[in-house]
Design a protein around this ligand. Structure first.
Ligand SMILES: [Zn+2]
Length: 72
């Protein structure tokens, strides 16, 4: 069960500064900043960026606030 995970220890893998927290939003695992959704498989969170689901109205990972945070 995902609810057994302590998501407070996780940070968004897209954020190079590792500031953005991962939250469990209902049943979805999301970055609280860029809202990217991470899948889980058999109850295990998958934080692979290549498998992540981009938020609506975002066509590229490079448009995400987390990605941009490391490109200044
Ligand atoms: Zn993020």
């Amino acid at each position: 069960m995902l609810t057994e995970y302590d998501f407070s220890v996780y940070r968004c893998p897209i954020d190079p500064t590792r500031q953005a927290k991962i939250i469990l939003d209902d049943i979805h695992i999301r970055c609280e900043r860029c809202k990217v959704e991470f899948k889980s498989r058999e109850g295990i969170p998958n934080f692979l960026v290549s498998d992540a689901i981009l938020p609506e109205n975002c066509s590229s990972i490079k448009d995400l606030p987390c990605w941009k945070s490391g490109k200044k």
